[in-house]
Design a protein around this ligand. Sequence first.
Ligand code: HMG
Ligand code: MG
Length: 303
Amino acid sequence: NYPSSVSLVEVGARDGLQNEKAEVSTEQKVTLISLLAASGLKRIEAGSFVSAKWVPQMADSADVFARLAAFEPASGAQVTYSALTPNVKGLEAALSAGVSEVAIFGSASESFSQKNINCSIDESLRRFEPVVKLAHSNRIRVRGYVSCTLGCPYEGDIASSDVARVSRQLSEMGCYEVVISDTIGTGTPVKTARVLDAVMQHVPVNQLAVHFHDTYGQALANIHTALQLGVSSIDSAIAGLGGCPYAKGASGNVATEDVLYMLDGMGIKTGIDLSALLEASLYISDVIGRLPQSKVAIALRGG
Ligand code: HMG
Ligand code: MG
């Protein structure tokens, strides 16, 4: 039993561009985001309030949000522009910039937690608590990512029980959605089902999202598995952009075009128009001087 509709969360402008070597200007980011919004996407992760020493590509996030505030999509639809905020300092900057939603990001792997946010899992959860409280007191909803749920670049296999524990803690803290993330794309369908089953013992499926990187070409199969289990919130990145600078070997997220093509084929509603999405894909691929990492975009390009 598949969900009748799915909410796609577009992460290309954040997860994609945070790892991009080519220089992408603030204006180009805003153009990309406005093309994404014009395609019907309603949830767009547009930046990250992290240390510029750690992720220089996201240093202009406040400017991106300032420009987005002035931008209304032609459809008149409400679009939620969100940002990553690892601590209170990041949240305060995000609030000043006028973000409409934020995300905290923890990990099921100790080593990845240290490499990515420079603290242990337990310490990260302690730091997230005041972020969630302050966000809620400003009527801002919080998503909670759990990285390395299907493998870690430093530790290899991660126990499902560790994924379930961190997921439960983020949910209890007040995250409205917990994002089960395959940071390096090593997951396969049966393993995906096992991990989601373990998490669903603690977090209701309507509060779960999935976030797959496509390093090993398994993302669509894993998404199909998640859909069968009732997950209806899916992260993806336009043109398959993406990767995490602190996860060696991680390639891009699953491409939004490919996910949409599959969902359209299954009769699952998203409210997104594939040809409009393609424009965004070709635009950003042109900016970074590469072909889209999307089979669908390549198949339809110029056709
Ligand atoms: P730290 O060095 O332990 O932090 O970094 P600190 O509190 O000791 O501060 C050090 C310096 O950073 C200070 O500046 C702070 O002011 C500054 P200095 O005095 O040296 O000039 N600082 C900040 N600046 C801007 N914004 C902030 C902020 N906080 C402190 N929010 C910290 C800890 C978390 C800041 C750092 O490790 C960091 O920025 N990490 C970010 C890593 C990152 O962005 N990774 C990619 C995103 S996660 C991801 O991609 C995975 C995901 O896609 C899911 C998946 O696929 O798994 C979400
Ligand atoms: Mg990611």
